[in-house]
Design a protein around this ligand. Structure first.
Ligand code: F6R
Length: 245
């Protein structure tokens, strides 16, 4: 696992967007694993800028998203399908039929089955983008006694519900369950970039980059087993966890 420390969060977003753009240029049929959340918004803004400036072609790109809330339909502005359309897909020449965000409504077992087959369809993702939760979740794989390898239904932790309540009217409106890619599927990607910024991510990032241990209590630590995982943090966060660069 490699750690890159940037001057600031803007630089982190630029760097990651440039990496995604390079992958798409080198392999126009690339399969990208994508994430949502506050951290990724500016990464997508930068990617859209590159798309416009350089005529980047997404027409043959396929995407699979990490997760979706249970109970929100795709038209719901707080669903991750809506987020992806709004923050990326509506602004680039991607064919929406080539984009997959698990459904949040319907028969969960069927959705899980479909999700698992989408992750492995036509081979592993070429790239996986990740944010990180306050207790180290990746996708919605929450800290606990065990981690799921494959896509599954997950109960969201209190800390996740609290962190994500900023998008909802109040905390009680945040869905309690989500469907998420499993950690094995996440690690099947050929290359992974995890991006983090801000004080709230201090403990999670400390566990990820300041010791050699892998623990289910901080799911992101599974990335230590991946041979091509990159953690991108800014100087402010590096200083906060005492990482020397
Ligand atoms: C979102 C996802 C989550 C977020 C994480 C950080 O698709 O999988 O793991 O990346 O919760 O969210 P933000 O960036 O809002 O702090």
């Amino acid at each position: 696992m490699k750690v890159i420390v940037t001057e600031n969060f803007n630089e982190s977003c630029k760097l990651v967007a440039e990496r995604i753009a390079t992958i798409v240029k080198e392999k126009p049929t690339a399969k990208l694993g994508l994430a949502t959340g506050g951290t990724c918004e500016d990464i997508y803004k930068n990617l859209i800028d590159i798309y416009k400036k350089e005529n980047l072609d997404f027409s043959k790109v396929h995407t699979v998203n990490l997760d979706e809330y249970i109970g929100l339909d795709p038209e719901n502005e707080l669903s991750y399908r809506y987020y992806m359309n709004n923050h990326l897909f509506n602004h680039i020449n991607i064919d929406k039929a080539n984009t997959y965000v698990a459904g949040g409504i319907g028969d969960v077992d069927k959705i899980v089955e479909e999700f698992r087959s989408k992750v492995s369809e036509n081979g592993a993702p070429d790239f996986q983008l990740l944010g990180i939760g306050v207790s180290g979740h990746i996708g919605f794989n929450e800290a606990g006694d065990k981690l799921h390898s494959l896509a599954h239904l997950e109960d969201l932790q209190k800390s996740t519900i609290k962190a994500n309540s900023r998008y909802f009217e109040d905390e009680s409106m945040v869905p309690r369950k989500a469907i998420t890619m499993g950690v094995g599927e996440i690690c099947s990607a050929k290359e992974i970039y995890l991006v983090a910024t801000g004080e709230s991510k201090k403990n999670a990032i400390e566990g990820l980059i300041m010791n050699p241990y892998v623990t289910t209590q901080n799911p992101s630590t599974i990335l230590k087993l991946h041979t091509n995982a990159v953690v991108v943090i800014d100087k402010a966060l590096a200083d906060l966890v005492g990482y020397k660069y």
